[in-house]
Design a binder for this molecule. Structure first.
Ligand code: MD6
Ligand code: FE
Length: 200
């Protein structure tokens, strides 16, 4: 499948068809049943507006001790295995010879957003990060590796995949807002984003 390059990131529009999206929603329901969504806070105790959980060997957590990968959920259970649809998407798109260590699951209510950030809690930046989006469209902004400056807009719709690879791996990026009512996939307005990482 062909990709659109934006700032070096590869955007695969409609990578997952409707049947695959529905299958993936069921797989995410099973992940959330085993490892419930939790409300992360920053080191200063400010809540992030997304709720999150993870699948895979480790999960990303943020609390008063800071940001890091952990082998267990904050409630103590191990993270559930990587969903098969996620593993297949990684194999198809990543170009990386091994499966990802972490699939971070972010849930966005219609008012939630994600400030501009870099994904840099991983040991090896030569491995890409793959994102999959489900539900309402998210307005994604991507800029340069350096802070500040212009950003470009990518509307991440349900079924889209985005690969941050090569020079875009450390690009600043975030979600400015969710566009409610843009998808019929989920029973309630909102968005799910999955990001797969090699943690090292
Ligand atoms: C989101 N995505 O789409 C937020 N990070 O909700 C990310 O933060 C992200 O899309 C690394 C690579 C791809 C991404
Ligand atoms: Fe990110």
């Amino acid at each position: 499948m062909s990709a659109i390059a934006v700032r070096g990131a590869l955007w695969f529009r409609g990578f997952l068809d409707r049947a695959a999206q529905e299958r993936l929603v069921d797989e995410i329901r099973a992940v959330v049943a085993a490892a419930p969504l939790f409300a992360p806070v920053t080191r200063r105790g400010q809540p992030l507006s997304v709720r999150m959980t993870s699948a895979g060997r480790c999960g990303w957590v943020s609390d008063r001790k800071g940001y890091r990968y952990e082998p267990r959920h904050p409630d103590g259970m191990p993270w559930p295995p990587l969903p098969p649809t996620v593993a297949a998407a990684w194999e198809a798109l990543s170009g990386w010879p091994a499966p990802p260590d972490c699939c971070l699951v972010n849930w966005y209510d219609p008012g939630a957003r994600m400030g501009l950030h870099q994904d840099r809690d991983e040991a090896d930046f030569s491995a890409p990060v793959l994102s999959l989006s489900l539900g309402d469209t998210g307005v994604f902004r991507i800029g340069a590796e350096a802070r500040g400056g212009r950003t470009d807009r990518i509307d991440l719709a349900s079924g889209d995949a985005l690969l941050l690879t090569g020079p875009s791996r450390l690009a600043h990026h975030g979600i400015a807002r969710i566009l409610p009512g843009t998808s019929t996939l989920l029973p309630a307005p909102g968005r799910i984003n999955l990001t797969c990482r090699v943690v090292g």
